[in-house]
Design a protein around this ligand. Structure first.
Ligand SMILES: Nc1ncnc2c1ncn2[C@@H]1O[C@H](COP(=O)(O)OP(=O)(O)OP(=O)(O)O)[C@@H](O)[C@H]1O
Ligand SMILES: [Mg+2]
Length: 259
């Protein structure tokens, strides 16, 4: 009888020790998750700021080479001001996310967001033989955090441009309204994505842009699409892709309307 009671007591003690260990592990996991979030946010800030600094630097260098070209100098300064503003909006938004704040979503004209993204980009697409078609109704609004939707648009547009840099092509951005959501399509007629790669493109650090033998190609971090997916998921939407090697690629982003 005593021995059964002793055994029970000892089992209870063991259980208490295991529970303590379990709690300690849970709190370690929470700490590690916080650290992982800080890491992702840091990568995201660096990646997005780099997208904005590259065109700013290129324009400034060009302006320095042509000190008598007043129009060019003005364009470089405008780009510097605009891209710095956009960079600080992105920083603010990400610091708020890192602090656990919920970002205010609002209804914004999609066309304005697209135009602002193009204004932040490097050189004219036409100079690389790329025609841009934008088919978006002026009164079509999307619901979301404006600067985050612009990050998605910018990454998809930069990928489309990279895919067409060698031969030129057509970039088409369209959008249409349904009862529950707005669907945005970003299509290019570029190199396309190999079937085997298609399922990897949303994985962190997957990139095909590290071709050291072809220095004319921009090297990639393999993070742009990861961030696009993360932002779209946070908006309750979805992102999908269709692609044919050598023919082109279409990304579809669906952004739900507020219920
Ligand atoms: N429009 C596209 N056409 C062809 N390939 C694409 C396109 N969009 C994405 N990809 C493929 O998906 C990969 C991952 O894209 P992602 O934007 O995540 O990273 P990246 O462009 O390589 O680097 P970065 O982090 O600078 O954006 C690309 O390297 C490319 O192989
Ligand atoms: Mg990219």
């Amino acid at each position: 009888m005593t021995s059964i009671l002793e055994k029970r007591l000892s089992l209870h003690k063991d259980l208490a020790v295991q529970q303590q260990l379990n709690n300690a592990l849970k709190s370690q996991i929470t700490q590690l998750q916080t650290l992982a979030n800080v890491g992702t946010t840091t990568y995201m800030v660096a990646h997005e700021i780099n997208n904005l600094l590259t065109p700013l630097g290129s324009f400034a260098q060009l302006a320095l080479k042509h000190p008598d070209d007043k129009a060019l100098i003005e364009k470089a300064l405008q780009k510097a001001v605009r891209n710095c503003e956009q960079a600080s909006k992105i920083m603010e938004s990400m610091l708020a996310v890192a602090d656990g704040e919920t970002q205010d979503k609002k209804s914004v004209p999609l066309m304005t967001l697209v135009q602002e993204v193009f204004a932040c980009l490097c050189r004219d697409f036409a100079k690389d033989g790329i025609t841009v078609n934008i088919e978006i109704a002026k009164d079509l609004n999307v619901w979301g955090v404006p600067v985050q939707i612009q990050q998605v648009l910018m990454n998809l547009i930069l990928n489309a441009r990279d895919a067409m840099l060698s031969h030129g092509g057509v970039l088409t951005i369209k959008a249409h309204d349904t009862d529950a959501a707005v669907q945005i399509e970003i299509a290019d007629t570029g190199c396309g994505i190999d079937r085997a790669d298609l399922e990897k493109i949303f994985e962190p650090f997957f990139t095909t842009k590290n071709d050291k033998n072809s220095p004319s190609r921009r090297s990639g971090a393999g993070l742009g699409l990861v961030f696009c997916k993360r932002i779209i998921d946070e908006h309750g939407g979805c992102i999908s892709v269709e692609s044919k090697p050598t023919e082109g690629t279409t990304f579809k982003v669906t952004l739900p309307k507020p219920s």
